[in-house]
Design a protein around this ligand. Structure first.
Ligand code: AMP
Length: 145
């Protein structure tokens, strides 16, 4: 299974925010859009970083004045991305090696979607269910299912 297979199912929508917005604005957008991350983009939708709920929690734990901090100050600038043709095992490896749960997917330097750890679990679960169906049919002597 490829990253593009997951995006076919979930769509290419990526919630973005500009670096000069504030942390409270990022939090509000995450709540409204029911996402745990926003890709930070500049002119022409160029990705320049990512901010996730983890960054906001960490920052809010350090200062009382967290709400008005500019996103540019707390976002992760070294964005690690994937490509539509990547196997999902590659995306999983990026997540486990770097200890994060979001991988934006770029095609021709443009955002083509984002894959979260939840999307991977969902896709894997579908695979396991399909495999179980075949195993059950095999055990019951009804192979092929
Ligand atoms: P997460 O587990 O995705 O909430 O993110 C944990 C930390 O990794 C946060 O500091 C994020 O800003 C950062 N992060 C998340 N996704 C990425 C990514 N694709 N590339 C670089 N950093 C990331």
């Amino acid at each position: 299974m490829k990253a593009s297979d997951i995006l076919k199912e979930k769509g290419s929508m990526v919630r973005t925010i500009s670096p000069d917005k504030t942390v409270i604005q990022a939090l509000q957008s995450m709540i409204e859009n029911k996402v745990g991350s926003l890709v930070v983009t500049e002119r022409g939708n160029t990705p320049v970083g990512i901010i996730t709920e983890r960054d906001i929690l960490r920052h809010a734990g350090r200062t009382d004045a967290w709400k008005e901090t500019s996103i540019s100050k707390i976002m992760t600038k070294n964005l690690i991305i994937g490509f539509p043709g990547d196997d999902i095992e590659v995306i999983m490896a990026l997540m486990t090696q770097n200890r994060f749960r979001h991988v934006p997917i770029l095609q021709d330097k443009k955002l083509a979607g984002i894959i979260s750890i939840g999307d991977i679990v969902k896709a894997k679960l579908k695979d396991v269910k399909a495999e179980n169906r075949y195993l059950n049919a095999y055990i019951m002597g009804k192979y092929p299912a």
